[in-house]
Write a protein that binds this ligand. Structure first.
Ligand SMILES: [Zn+2]
Length: 304
């Protein structure tokens, strides 16, 4: 790795730009300013843009040709809180290089991912050889589900001809990947109430509507079938993968092995062999988290 780029990355990683609690606004601002400084040093224009949440770093590097298309490059400078500090071999904001890997909060997600992209754009702009206009957009609320960047994109009437998002993964260490689409997500917390107050199961069980039973019945109607397939209404709009896509997936690590390495078990016999089809080109209903509590006011059961 270019030593200048590595030093630059380590400097960025030292800024504890935590957005998920326990962070400081000054550090978030500093991490955004880091981006702005690099764009302006390369001859571009850039600003730290205040939002109702954490600031954005927004910049523009101009192409050599005035009529060139515009490519938006996106990244996020915020990181998650560090969690249990004793689980870290070295402190999360003191980057450490061990066996060729950088250990620090944000070293891959997303400072380490994004910085090479920014560097290449800045280097090409400095040389006067940038073939496209590059709009730089780096947010500070990706980890905390903030809306500031989406609001900014919606209100920016200039738009862009393409966007490059360096915030996704590789297949494995040796296999780079380009993500061309995502499945999307609908997320909800569901609370079911069936009584005005806590009711004792010894007195009311068996005669009185119970939230747990109602919730089970509701979920049963949308749960995947025995083979793990969702009902047709929930799979509307799915496009079958092309022969070319299927052939390329066949060259990747077999799904059964991927699932086993993650400590999981196939949903049903044969589901592992369909891993890429199921996870890459089908719908799923997942992540249901049942929390049963008797202390919630007014509810015999509370599940979410
Ligand atoms: Zn990320």
């Amino acid at each position: 790795m270019d030593p200048t780029l590595l030093d630059d990355l380590l400097d960025w990683l030292r800024i504890p730009s935590i957005s998920t609690g326990g962070g400081h606004p000054a550090d978030l601002e500093r991490a955004a300013a880091f981006v702005v400084e690099r764009v302006t040093a390369a001859g571009g224009e850039a600003d730290v843009v205040a939002t109702t949440g954490n600031p954005l770093a927004v910049g523009e590097l101009r192409a050599a040709r005035p009529d060139a298309p515009t490519v938006l490059i996106y990244g996020h400078y915020d990181v998650q809180s560090v969690g249990d500090l004793t689980a870290w071999t070295t402190p999360p904001f003191e980057p450490d290089i061990r066996d060729g890997r950088i250990y620090a909060r944000g070293s891959s997600d997303d400072k380490g991912n994004f910085l090479p992209l920014l560097h290449v754009a800045c280097a090409m702009a400095s040389d006067g050889g940038l073939p496209v206009n590059v709009r730089v957009l780096v947010e500070g609320e990706e980890e905390s589900d903030g809306e500031a960047v989406a609001d900014w994109v919606r209100t920016d009437e200039r738009g862009a001809d393409a966007a490059i998002v360096f915030d996704s993964g590789m297949i494995d260490e040796a296999t780079p990947a380009i993500t061309v689409g995502l499945r999307g997500i609908v997320q909800l917390n569901l609370t079911v109430r069936t009584a005005e107050r806590d009711l004792h199961s010894g007195v009311y069980g068996g005669s009185t509507l119970n939230a747990l039973h109602s919730l089970h019945a509701m979920l049963a109607a949308v749960m995947p079938d025995a083979r793990g397939r969702l009902r047709d209404e929930l799979r509307a709009g799915i496009e079958a993968p092309s022969e070319k896509e299927l052939a390329s997936w066949a060259t990747l690590t077999p799904g059964d092995r991927l699932i086993a390495e993650a400590g999981g078990r196939p949903l049903y016999p044969g589901a592992g062999a369909e891993y890429y089809l199921r996870n890459g080109a089908d719908a799923s209903l997942d992540g249901l988290e049942g929390v049963l509590s008797e202390r919630t006011e007014g509810n015999p059961f509370f599940l979410e």
